[in-house]
Design a protein. Structure first.
Lengths: 255, 52, 220
């Protein structure tokens, strides 16, 4: 029999992942690696950013907050896109793992969005004299936080967890339009928030001693995200499957 | 409180940012970890009851 | 049932009437006791407050009766009355208030007054942006209502859901007004606003349908 799974190992692996005991074993195995890698890179990044990198010519020391602020901002949008993707898969194909991953993304994304907003305020005050401004980028980042809250709230308001996940997935998809607005708002409006200095393509207008800690912390943030996602997803899976036989086996051997 | 913060200079803002981030990360990690621990303990207790 | 409603009306009349009395007779005192205002700001606020005070009594009767009817299930009559009163009563009266009391555009369009004396040249673009954006906003309301239809006590959740969805409309709508204020063309902002409204209109019906079917016998 020729099937897509036989031909494409990636697809087969994703299909396997949908099996709860396999996912539990997978998460348990890989979590420590992601966790320690995240910790290590965070330590290196923080050291490079807060100790090694020189003070900024214009902004002095407080610019260093961007080493936390920018990776968090990237994560807040990246996680939302991933969450929306999982939500779409959950709605279309009703894959249970996608529902769980979708739900697990939300609190982590909310955390990064909150960090973005607060560190942004703490950076804004010494740099531009104000904690907050109702310009497009700041306002839409705040909107992103509310979107996360809405997804979490809507999903938990339903008595049936699966129904709640599907309702929240619809909401998440409707909110996706917010993402391009945040991303492009800096080009469209010349307001408080500064322009994009780090470009995906082409030369970034940032000094290497500042670029390295930024990229290292951005990678650390992604590793942390995987760690936190696996943690939450595994826990949710255990809770939903607690009566099943495989759970007893899994817990029995680990203790 | 904000006045106190503003008098601390640039490193005051930086430290506050670091502390707040650490707190939020803890708030993100601790609840699911605790929940899972409790769940495992419950399941183990039930297993012991059924065996013993 | 109807006697109960009339009893509530009587109570509401008394309560709202008493509340409205100080607003009509001593607006300066009311405002000064709550806010610290510059004299010029206080001046501007006096007449609107008097008007609000006068309207309290009518609000009382209207709100109680309207909600009594809604509670009794007669929603069609409420809708017709509301639309009729808006177009046949409120708008003409508001139009008369302007020139009659000499308060100008500010009194006739409270929305503008709230916007702190919006310059008149911005009015057209604002009305256009409002028209387009409001239509998009109703689509958002439709989706949010469908998603929370099965939930009991979804009040605050509804607000949390709807607010961030409104924001892109608001950003481009106010961007259009802002563009005119700066002397630029509002075309880009208005087109993006229209694009969003179109997108929302296309998505709203299927999204709402999917939302309503969750938890039913015919899940999406």
């Amino acid at each position: 029999m020729r099937s897509a799974y036989a031909v494409n190992p990636l697809l087969r692996w994703f299909h396997q992942l949908g099996s709860p005991p396999y996912f539990h074993a997978f998460a348990t195995r890989w979590m420590p690696w992601f966790g320690f890698a995240a910790l290590l890179l965070t330590a290196i990044g923080l050291y490079l950013g807060f100790v090694v990198a020189p003070a900024d010519y214009l902004q002095g020391e407080s610019y260093r907050i961007i080493f936390i602020h920018v990776p968090s901002a990237w994560m807040s949008m990246f996680i939302y896109a991933l969450m929306a993707l999982n939500g779409a898969i959950a709605l279309i194909w009703r894959i249970k793992l996608s529902e769980i991953l979708f739900l697990s993304c939300a609190p982590i994304g909310a955390m990064f969005t909150a960090v973005t907003l607060i560190t942004g305020m703490l950076w804004g005050k010494p740099t531009w004299g104000t904690y907050w401004e109702w310009d497009a980028r700041l306002t839409s980042e705040l909107a992103l936080l509310f979107l996360y809250f809405g997804v979490i709230g809507l999903a938990s308001a339903y008595e049936d967890a699966r129904q709640g996940a599907r309702a929240a997935a619809v909401l998440a998809l409707v909110g996706v339009v917010n993402l391009p607005i945040i991303h492009f708002s800096v080009i469209w409006w010349n307001t408080l928030h500064q322009g994009d200095t780090v470009k995906l393509i082409g030369k970034s207008s940032i000094h290497p001693s500042m670029l390295w800690p930024l990229l290292i912390l951005a990678t650390a943030a992604k590793l942390y995200f995987v760690f936190a996602l696996l943690l939450r997803a595994r826990g949710t899976l255990l809770e939903q499957e607690r009566a099943k036989h495989w759970v007893r086996d899994a817990i029995g051997e680990r203790g | 409180m904000l006045d106190w913060l503003e008098m601390q200079g640039h490193w005051g803002y930086i430290t506050t940012a670091l502390i707040v981030t650490a707190l939020l990360i803890a708030a993100d990690l601790i609840p699911p970890w605790l929940r899972e621990r409790r769940l495992r303990a419950q399941i183990r207790a039930r297993m012991r009851r059924e065996q013993g | 049932m109807s006697r109960w409603a009339w009893d509530v009306v009587k109570v509401a009349l008394v309560v709202m009437g008493l509340l409205g009395l100080p607003m009509v007779l001593m607006p300066e005192a009311v405002l000064s006791s709550i806010y610290r205002l510059q004299p010029e700001t206080l001046e501007v606020a006096l007449w609107p407050l008097r008007l609000v005070g006068l309207s309290m009594v009518f609000e009382a009767v209207g709100t109680v009766l309207q909600n009594a009817l809604l509670g009794a299930g007669d929603t069609r009559r409420v809708m017709l009355t509301t639309i009729a009163s808006q177009w046949l009563l409120f708008l003409p009266i508001a139009y008369m208030m302007g020139p009659f009391f000499g308060l100008g555009l500010t009194a006739a369009t409270p929305l503008l007054a709230l916007l702190l004396k919006l310059p008149v040249k911005l009015l057209p673009v604002m009305l256009i942006a409002l028209a387009i954006g409001s239509f998009g906003a109703t689509q958002i309301g439709l989706i949010a209502a469908a998603l929370t239809a099965r939930l009991r006590r979804s009040g605050i959740l509804l607000a949390i859901i709807v607010l961030p969805l409104y924001l892109p409309l608001l950003i481009f709508g106010s961007g259009a007004v802002d563009a005119v204020r700066l002397g630029d063309s509002p075309r880009a902002a208005l087109l993006l606003l229209a694009a969003q409204t179109l997108l929302l209109t296309t998505l709203a019906a299927p999204a709402a349908a999917a939302g309503l079917r969750i938890g039913s016998d015919n899940p999406p």
